[in-house]
Structures are given as structure tokens and as C-alpha cells.
Design a protein around this ligand. Structure first.
Ligand SMILES: [Zn+2]
Length: 179
């Protein structure tokens, strides 16, 4: 997986792109939570003995676009209740949180280690990688992350995720009309 920090960078730049400076702190917190929540399945894998390859195993159902859609509906219906259901603004929020959560699984599918992602869950539990996997996979434990391996991972994430995110933010900042 890319690290929590890197998923948060994706969340921050996406939130900046979506918000036009008009969204509240709640929106930013939800964005960061969405982008990292799929990795909560590590808890099941490490402490509840849920096998890696099982339906709810690490990189299983919780990394799928289907789960991203469910989570997005839950977020919009819970935190944006004043939006009329299926209105244009409702769909904007739904698509935003859906794409952001689904980006987690897709970025993981671009890593070069671990097992693939159950992108088609719950239809099937097969694990997939994208054809291009330039991102170094991050260790699952903090101890292993705080080793030279962790630095290699961070450099790889910096090149393949942070730099493109910052370039997009700079581009939007220049393009956006001054208020
Ligand atoms: Zn993950």
C-alpha cells in the first residue's frame, strides 16, 4: 500500500480541486478519512486473524470500488443531509467521495508487492494489479517502515504520487480566478 501520508496527499489535493475554497473543515476531514479507510482491514488481518485472501482480508472487499460506492452513499446521506437526494450537488458529493475512496484501491494496484486488490469484489475475490506497478509497496508494520525500506517507499511515492498531486494543485491555483 502507499502510506497513510501519501493517501492523505491525494485526499488533500483532491479536496483542493473540488472545493474551490468553499468547503468546511468537515469536508477535508472526510476526504482524508475516505482515502485511508480501506486500510482499516489491516486490523482484521493483524489482530483478528482474518486471512489475507479472504473476502474481508487485507486488500479485499474494503479496497473495492463497490465498497467505495457504499461508503460514499453513507457519507453523503449522513454528513450532507441537507442536499436533496439525487440533486446535482448530491451527485457531485457522491462522485467525489466515491472516486477518492476508489483511488485507494487503484493506487494500491499500482504497487509492486503484496497481493493484488479485489477490484471486482463482491462479484469475485480475485486479486488484481494494474498493468503498470511503479510504486514501491509499503511494509505493514511501523517497525519495518522505520528502516531503509521505508525511505525507498517514500521516495517512490514522492515521485509517482506527491509530485503529480502538487503539480495539479499548482495548475489549479494558477488557473482559478482570484476572488
Ligand atoms: Zn490499501
Amino acid at each position: 500500500m502507499p502510506t497513510f501520508i501519501t493517501h492523505s496527499v491525494v485526499a488533500g489535493s483532491s479536496a483542493y480541486g473540488f472545493s474551490s475554497g468553499k468547503e468546511s473543515l468537515k469536508f477535508w476531514i472526510l476526504s482524508i478519512a475516505c482515502s485511508s479507510l480501506p486500510d482499516a482491514d489491516v486490523i482484521g488481518y493483524r489482530w483478528l486473524y482474518i486471512p489475507y485472501y479472504s473476502f474481508f482480508g487485507h486488500r479485499g472487499f474494503f479496497h473495492s470500488p463497490f465498497f467505495a460506492a457504499l461508503l460514499s452513499i453513507l457519507i453523503v446521506c449522513t454528513f450532507y443531509r441537507k442536499e436533496v437526494i439525487f440533486s446535482i450537488q448530491w451527485w457531485k458529493y457522491f462522485l467525489y467521495f466515491f472516486i477518492l475512496t476508489a483511488s485507494h484501491g487503484l493506487l494500491d494496484a499500482m504497487t509492486n508487492g503484496g497481493q493484488g486488490i479485489a477490484l471486482l469484489s463482491p462479484l469475485n475475490n480475485n486479486r488484481y494489479f494494474l498493468p503498470w506497478t511503479p510504486i514501491e509497496v509499503s511494509p505493514l508494520t511501523i517497525k519495518r517502515f522505520l528502516s531503509p525500506r521505508g525511505l525507498t517507499v517514500l521516495i517512490s511515492e514522492l515521485i509517482w504520487i506527491w509530485v503529480p498531486c502538487f503539480l495539479i494543485v499548482i495548475f489549479l491555483k494558477i488557473k482559478r480566478p482570484k476572488t
